[in-house]
Write a protein that binds this ligand. Structure first.
Ligand code: SF4
Length: 502
């Protein structure tokens, strides 16, 4: 176990994220140090930061896990901002841990979830200086990401390519005085056929919560009615129904939901209408027909893996054959924009298992593919599973991700969006690949934070993105608890009225 002790609050998030990336299989605990004279436990890393002298130190105690004693110290010039100081700390801490462990991380000292947003801002900064060709600009941005953030050349280049593509895809969504202000609507349906081992989303097993479904849909309808009024005068660009699994609803319930969407939302200019079908065990021909009749343009059918033992272990309750049938059914019903989600690093999976999954995906030819690196979330059952069984997979994640890039290229897809999460396997990223014209527009819009998201349903977060160039963003959430959400629906709507100011 690694115990991290701090004598200053505010460093813990980045330091903890980095330590768990360098030592993914070692249990790590954080404590605030109240008495600096206290002896350092055998397996502790003590992080100390003195705001007066602007000096930071890392002490490694002797112990089995960390058999080396070292002390590092640095001093920064006075007068730098708090943000610069934090950045200096991150780089110092990354270099220290890298030297100590003999490892580097693919995304270096970056701990945020939106590397492409940062890369784009670096590219825009570069564009204000000398006039550079596209190649020169790419090289300058890549060099800056390596020098200032310790990102690997490969990830910096990938991030740059994606940032540039995203920028062009999102052009019509940006605020512009002529076109007006656009926004997207997210609707959360917090029900699923069963709960997956790795799930940290709001997902009530529909079998046990069936009695609440009608009330829930009535509340969603109330929210839709209010949304149209609150967002009046703005342009609705995309609608995304996720969860949970929206297709956990029956065909009749789905019809009620999609009728309400159509009745209340201004759908005329919507460029993408997604329903996450997700679980193959929830997809039926009649539900697909309901979606098609309501002009749903994009769905997902998510395998996660094509290895049956893993599907059984993670609680997906469907077979590989059923998955293929659900995909074929969606094609037969006319869906020409189908996404597939995969997860790298599921329990017991080897590189050969992942390669087999890619082969099967290539045979099916979806229109887009999202490759996730497994992230172990506190709210998931996976956390207990890891504590009980130890290390999940000794797979070479970088090779698994490279194989994903090769499979996507074979299907003529290119990477178009990317984000990171805490505690990701291999300290990698989630990457979306798509054929031209089949990009998940809502996904990029939410990731790059270029427009407001009006979120409807329990456990959802609305986001107001200011269009005054300040980069200001404000949020409001709704109750996660289903009963509380149902009984407090007026207050949930009022929160949004206050946020969006209408
Ligand atoms: S299908 Fe998705 S939302 Fe539902 S339990 Fe599994 S991971 Fe969670």
């Amino acid at each position: 176990m690694i115990i991290i002790q701090y004598d200053r609050e505010g460093l813990e998030y980045d330091s903890y994220a980095m330590i768990t990336s360098f030592f993914p299989n070692v249990e790590t605990k954080q404590m605030l140090l109240t008495d600096a004279s206290e002896a350092l436990p055998a397996d502790a890393i003590r992080i100390s930061f003195d705001p007066e002298t602007r000096a930071g130190s890392v002490f490694f105690a002797k112990g089995e896990t960390l058999p080396k004693e070292a002390q590092y110290y640095f001093e920064k010039e006075a007068g730098i901002t708090e943000q610069e100081l934090k950045h200096a700390w991150k780089i110092f801490f990354y270099d220290t841990m890298s030297e100590y462990s003999g490892k580097t991380l693919p995304w270096g000292a970056l701990t945020g979830v939106r590397p492409t947003k940062l890369i784009m801002s670096v590219a825009k900064e570069m564009a204000q200086g000398d006039i550079l060709s596209a190649e020169e600009e790419q090289e300058a941005v890549v060099k800056r990401m390596i020098a200032d953030y310790r990102v690997s050349r490969e990830k910096a280049s990938l991030g740059y390519r994606i940032a540039i593509l995203e920028d062009s895809i999102l052009e019509p969504f940006r605020y512009d005085a002529k076109r007006g202000e656009g926004y997207s609507v997210y609707i959360g349906i917090p029900f699923c056929p069963s709960r997956c081992l790795y799930c940290s989303f709001l997902a009530y097993a529909i079998g046990s919560f069936q009695k609440k479904v009608a009330d829930y849909l009535a509340c969603v309808e109330e929210e839709l009615k209010a949304c149209t009024q609150i967002m009046a005068g703005k342009r609705l660009d995309t609608v995304y129904i996720g969860g949970g699994t929206p297709t956990a609803l029956s065909a009749e319930e789905l019809q009620v939901l999609l009728d309400a969407v159509e009745k209340y939302l201004p759908m005329e200019q919507v460029q993408e209408y997604t329903v996450e079908a997700g679980r193959p065990d929830s997809i039926t021909a009649d539900k697909l027909r309901v979606m098609k009749a309501h002009q749903v343009s994009r769905i997902s059918v998510n395998p996660q893996t094509f290895k049956q033992e893993t599907l059984d272990l993670i609680g997906r309750r469907h077979t590989v054959e059923e998955l293929k049938e659900a995909f074929a059914l969606a094609r037969a019903e006319g869906f020409d924009n189908i996404n597939m989600d995969l997860i790298l690093g599921l329990p017991g999976e080897t590189l050969a298992d992942v390669e087999h999954t890619y082969e099967e995906v290539v045979k099916l030819q979806p229109d887009s593919l999202t490759v996730h690196s497994l992230a172990i979330k506190r709210a998931s059952k996976m956390r207990d599973w890891v504590q009980e069984h130890g290390q999940i997979s000794g797979m070479d994640y970088e090779r698994a991700m490279e194989a994903g890039q090769a499979a996507a290229a074979q299907m003529e897809m290119q990477p178009y969006y990317l984000y990171r999460q805490k505690n990701m396997a291999g300290s990698l990223e989630n990457t979306g690949f798509a054929r031209e014209g089949k990009y998940g527009l809502y996904n990029i819009a939410i990731m790059e934070e270029i427009q407001s998201i009006y979120a409807i349903g329990a456990g959802t977060v609305s986001k107001k993105v200011y269009t005054d160039g300040s980069g200001r963003i404000e949020r409001c959430d709704t109750h996660k608890d289903l009963s509380l959400y149902l009984s407090d629906i007026e207050a949930m709507i009022e929160r949004k009225r206050k946020l969006f100011g209408n």
